[in-house]
Design a binder for this molecule. Structure first.
Ligand SMILES: Cc1cc2nc3c(=O)[nH]c(=O)nc-3n(C[C@H](O)[C@H](O)[C@H](O)COP(=O)(O)OP(=O)(O)OC[C@H]3O[C@@H](n4cnc5c(N)ncnc54)[C@H](O)[C@@H]3O)c2cc1C
Length: 504
């Protein structure tokens, strides 16, 4: 244990934070009405310097992906990221601020099963929402059995990395898993690497691909989504890839090592991230999509045009306003023919044309037209059954409209909430949907939800990749997107959390 003088009391006003050094440890020093607090300086998610984020209502918001921490206890309040921040003893003496760094950090022992509790909770899906749910169940004191039916993927992975650093080769394999298997064993979470083939909500029963039938007291459905496979001739040829699972990612990464020419079908977020990752490998990339401006439907024409140009500046070719007629080749894709009669040579193709909820095996719940499971504000789909993540259609507390959102952080928020509710918390979803996308060296952040809008108001210029855009409908801000302005964006998201919709 060692104590370090890190600042003068007068250096920091109330409501402010800054990063200081305590020996070899980077510390986030902050001053609240009740005095100084010292916490870990880096976000456990991707090690962003938290001092570049914002401090609002006793909450620290990470500048990169908006994880949120309690400024006093360090507890994780909002994902992404799974862990809270270390907290260090701090004292003020004669105008100087001193922080003590322990030799070894000590975590409290994990919560385990209570043998006297005979309840069974089945969590279906080994992805984002499932991973957050199982942890939170125990953290909230659920002492019954937790059986986690993970599907083909265990341990859970950082799925957004698949199309970014993992495919480009910048992120090592070791960055993919969210946790190691022993983390779950230490919490008596029983992992079953099988699929649920039938979930009968009326009978409260899950049937597994290994033949087991589980009669549950509670279940959390978090089986996510599956890629849409358009009925294009040749789509089953070798070299035509989809990207969702770890297996998909491994096969695509391997193929990219030998490829020289790639065609990406679809100009959505995944398609465009794939395009940029393949360009980083110096592969010639052509993007084919029916729209005339990438991202226009989600981000509007100005931001879409700026991102389009960013890709062209990095050598991506576009065939916009076009669709694929066929993938052709002898066992393996060699050409992609388009609806205008032209052809593109390709060693590999990645199809990213959207997903649909993975709910075919679920009965006894209400479903939307796309197969999404309808839930109430507490994410309850039926008696004892909660649904979380990409497959859940939930009421947006800000507008009242039912929405389905395919964002990592929403799945994490849902997983946490469903787990807490099974443990008896009785919470309602009042989170702010948030996502990020990384295109080359630019990150775009987006929060709120605006399926459509009357106008987009800009502060700054999308063409310069430095702006905040407000998506306004009926005179109120429904969503905000931006690049570069990290602190302002973090503050605006906090405003949305507090106020819901607001007049610009
Ligand atoms: C390549 C890629 C990049 C992305 N990048 C971003 C990004 O930058 N930012 C962002 O916000 N979002 C991003 N997303 C979206 C984000 O990953 C998803 O919104 C999130 O993973 C949804 O979590 P989920 O738990 O609902 O589903 P998933 O994470 O897909 O997990 C579902 C799990 O259920 C399992 N499963 C399926 N069926 C069954 C069954 N019958 N029985 C048991 N298990 C089953 C699956 O194997 C999987 O493990 C990206 C997605 C992809 C594919």
């Amino acid at each position: 244990m060692a104590e370090f003088k890190v600042a003068r009391e007068a250096d920091l006003a109330v409501g402010r934070m800054k990063q200081v050094q305590a020996g070899a440890t980077a510390v986030l020093l902050l001053r609240l009405e009740d005095g100084f607090h010292a916490l870990g300086a880096l976000c456990p998610h991707y090690e962003a310097p938290l001092a570049a984020g914002t401090l609002c209502d006793g909450r620290i918001v990470c500048p990169w992906h908006h994880a949120c921490f309690d400024a006093r206890s360090g507890a994780l309040l909002e994902p992404p990221g799974l862990d809270g921040l270390p907290v260090y003893p701090v004292r003020v003496d004669d105008g100087e601020v001193w922080v003590t760094i322990p030799e070894q950090s000590q975590s409290p022992p994990p919560s385990r099963r209570d043998p006297a509790d005979s309840r069974l909770c089945v969590v279906i899906g080994g992805g984002c929402a499932g991973a957050y749910a199982v942890e939170v169940l125990r953290d909230h004191g659920f002492g019954g059995r937790i059986v986690w039916v993970t599907g083909a993927e265990f341990p859970p992975i950082d799925r957004p990395l698949l199309s970014k650093g993992y495919l480009s080769g910048e992120a090592p394999e070791s960055w993919l898993p969210l946790r190691t298997p022993d983390f779950y064993a230490a919490r008596d979470i029983e992992v079953v690497e099988a699929s649920v083939t039938a979930l009968a909500a009326d009978a409260r029963q899950a049937t597994l691909s290994n033949g087991t039938a589980l009669a549950y007291d509670a279940a959390i459905l978090a089986s996510g989504a599956v890629n849409r496979r358009p009925p294009i001739p040749g789509i089953d040829l070798g070299g035509v890839f989809f990207l969702r699972s770890r297996d998909d990612g491994e096969q695509l990464r391997q193929a990219a090592e030998a490829a020289r020419r790639a065609v990406v079908v679809g100009a959505g977020f995944i398609g465009m991230e794939v395009a940029q990752s393949l360009r980083r490998r110096d592969i010639a990339v052509t993007v084919v999509a029916p729209e005339t401006v990438p991202f226009e439907r989600v981000l509007g024409p100005e931001i879409g045009a700026a991102l389009h140009r960013l890709h062209e500046d990095h050598g991506v070719a576009f065939r916009l306003g076009r669709t694929v007629k066929a993938f052709e080749g002898d066992g393996r894709v060699e050409r992609v023919s388009l609806d205008d009669g032209s052809e593109l040579a390709a060693d590999l193709v990645v199809v990213g044309v959207g997903v649909r909820p993975a709910t075919d095996f679920v009965t006894g719940v209400s479903k939307a037209d796309d197969g999404a499971v309808l839930v109430d504000a507490g994410l309850r789909a039926a008696e004892g059954l909660y649904a979380a993540g990409d497959l859940a259609c939930f009421p947006d507390w800000r507008s009242g409209a039912p929405i389905r959102v395919e964002h990592w952080r929403v799945a994490a928020q849902h997983g946490r909430l469903a787990g807490a509710n099974v443990a008896g918390a009785g919470l309602e979803y009042r989170g702010v949907p948030y996502f990020w996308t990384r295109q080359y060296n630019r990150t775009l952040q987006y929060f709120g939800h605006a399926a459509d809008w009357d106008e987009i108001r800009y502060d700054g210029d999308p063409a310069g990749y430095d702006f905040i855009a407000y998506f306004v409908r009926d005179g109120q801000v429904h969503a905000v997107a931006g690049m570069e302005r990290e602190r302002e964006l973090a503050e605006l998201e906090e405003r949305m959390r507090r106020e819901g919709l607001w007049r610009p």
